[in-house]
Design a protein around this ligand. Structure first.
Ligand SMILES: O=C(O)C1=C[C@@H](OP(=O)(O)O)[C@@H](O)[C@H](O)C1
Ligand SMILES: C=C(OP(=O)(O)O)C(=O)O
Length: 424
């Protein structure tokens, strides 16, 4: 994939629906009674994997030109899949569905692509096993393929060693099939879409600080859900709008849930000109983001903000390379266990472009402002890496190409079209 140069970016864009919220809408809609209607659903490969898994468990899911109808069958309405469930590339599908499968009255098996087969699943197996679940890694390496023999579970309190919404959600979902109140405390608050949406469907979920609790056996009822634009997808346009000279873009209806909006706070620290318009705080908060070219400087990103921008760190690393001064990213060890090792992959590729970047054990140090040249970038089939370097390619000197650039289909199938449209 060759990245075309753009002189400036102008106009309006509605980014696709939030990936985390799209997954959850299909899952919870499947477990609710009645028909859930989802608009602005993200038709990326990850969310299509979630749809395919629930179809295999007997849920009728219609896709009418992007409007999704999930004909839910209630908490105990799933049926045994005839076939192995394919989670594709999606960590969210794998970890959330495992919590649901642990409480069913049937056996299921999950598998996925090479990347997902090397991502850690012990983090969900540990709490599920302590709830009495029967879950095993079929290769004995704590990764997928997983085999789950469902049955009723014991309620637990789980002190999670990682701030992970996937772990938290897995335990809360298993808690729906348990014999009492199940709760999870995490070291730092992670995204809370599960808590918000399960309550909307009729479950009783409470949150206090970094602890979320759920009551068992909820009656979930079908809902209408409009998925906000994904701030993780908006991130590439925020960065491009800030960095490409003479740009002004309006990103419409972007989700700004405080457990997801860390990127906006970091951009502000770096000197960005971003104005929030039409802020709507009902349910999942949203706003239109007006982004204008700004001269950026380095910053330090670490601590409690990390889970609120974890998927945006590849883009922040590229922004830091074009900003003046030093940026330190720390407390972000989780980057090593995403679709690729995002610390090493960002350091390798940015170095190829001539950036001054040092990977560390839990992040990276970037001395920005050096002129960057084009290079051949390897995405390692990681969608966030590909999109971050597409933005870098607009700005560097000379041509930039991305190996495996079509992996953007995981979270943003129309990414290149949207980018080039704003540059016309
Ligand atoms: O719950 C979710 O929807 C997600 C949680 C995060 O992962 P972790 O829970 O592993 O931090 C994030 O990186 C992922 O893209 C989506
Ligand atoms: C880490 C990501 O997703 P998942 O964990 O669902 O594969 C991501 O989208 O950046």
């Amino acid at each position: 994939m060759e990245i075309k140069k753009l002189t400036n970016l102008h106009g309006e864009l509605t980014v696709p629906g939030d990936k985390s919220i799209s997954h959850r809408a299909v899952m919870f809609g499947s477990l609710a009674k009645g028909t859930t209607k989802i608009t602005h659903f993200l038709e990326g490969a990850d969310c299509l994997s979630t749809i395919s898994c629930f179809r295999k468990m007997g849920i009728d899911i219609e896709n009418n030109n992007g409007e999704i109808l999930v004909h839910g069958k209630g908490l105990h309405g799933l049926s045994a899949p005839a076939d192995i469930l394919d989670v594709g590339n999606s960590g969210t599908t794998t970890r959330l569905i495992s919590g649901i499968l642990a409480g069913q009255n049937f056996v299921s098996e999950l598998t996925g692509d090479n990347s997902i087969q090397s991502r850690p699943m012990k983090r969900i197996m540990t709490p599920l096993l302590s709830m009495g679940a029967d879950i095993a890694s079929m290769k004995g390496n704590n990764c997928v393929p997983l085999r789950i023999t469902g049955h009723p579970l014991k309620a637990i309190h789980y002190d999670s060693p990682v701030a992970s919404a996937q772990v938290k959600s897995c335990v809360l979902l298993a808690g729906m099939y348990s014999d009492g109140i199940t709760s999870v405390t995490e070291p730092v608050l992670s995204r809370n879409h599960t808590e918000i949406m399960l309550n909307y469907f009729g479950a009783q979920v409470t949150s206090e600080g970094t602890t979320a609790s759920i009551a068992p056996e909820p009656s979930l009822f079908a809902r209408e859900i409009t998925v906000p634009g994904d701030i993780s997808s908006a991130a590439y346009f925020i960065a491009a709008g800030l960095l490409v000279p003479g740009s002004e873009i309006l990103l419409k209806n972007v989700g700004i849930n405080p457990t997801r909006d860390g990127l906006l706070r970091v951009c502000k620290d770096m000197g960005a000109d971003i104005t929030l318009l039409n802020v709507n705080m009902d349910g999942e908060p949203t706003a239109d983001l007006l982004v204008r070219t700004s001269s950026l400087h380095g910053t330090t990103v670490g601590g409690e903000i990390i889970p609120t921008l974890i998927d945006e760190i590849p883009m922040i690393a590229v922004m830091a390379a074009f900003a003046e001064g030093t940026t330190v990213i720390k407390d972000a060890k989780e980057l090593k266990v995403k679709e690729s090792d995002r610390i090493l992959v960002m350091a390798e590729n940015l170095s190829r472009m001539g950036a001054d970047i040092t990977p560390t054990d839990d992040g990276m140090i970037i001395h920005g402002g050096k002129p960057l040249h084009g290079a051949e970038i390897d995405s390692y089939q990681d969608h966030r890496v590909a999109m971050s370097f597409a933005v870098a390619g607009l700005l560097c000197d000379g041509p930039l190409s991305i190996k495996g650039g079509d992996c953007v289909k995981i979270s943003y199938p129309e990414f290149y079209e949207d980018l080039y449209r704003l540059g016309e």
